[in-house]
Design a protein around this ligand. Structure first.
Ligand code: ZN
Length: 90
């Protein structure tokens, strides 16, 4: 590892690997906060799944205040509160 090139390569590969592990965890944490177990963070009403884009991201909207969020990392099935009598599964 005295070669500057291989050191640079090691740093690049190392940080890339770290990012691949840490990245999704960070994204999920952010989306978990936004998704708020399926309830609008603005008004507290239940969110409705209205769309899925080609990458598999789910669009959720609030019919009460029209706020929209897109969830692509979070497993919304697991995050939804269990007492969903409407079967609001996308
Ligand atoms: Zn709302």
């Amino acid at each position: 590892m005295n070669n500057p090139m291989s050191l640079t390569l090691a740093i690049v590969v190392g940080s890339l690997t770290l990012w691949l592990i840490v990245g999704p965890v960070i994204f999920r944490t952010i989306e978990r906060r936004e998704f708020n177990k399926g309830y609008c963070t603005e008004c507290g009403k239940k969110l409705r799944c209205f769309a899925q884009d080609s990458s598999g991201a789910l669009g959720w909207c609030c019919d009460n205040c029209q706020s929209v969020i897109w969830i692509s990392w979070l497993d919304t099935e697991k995050e939804l509160v269990k007492t969903d009598e409407n079967g609001n599964i996308c």
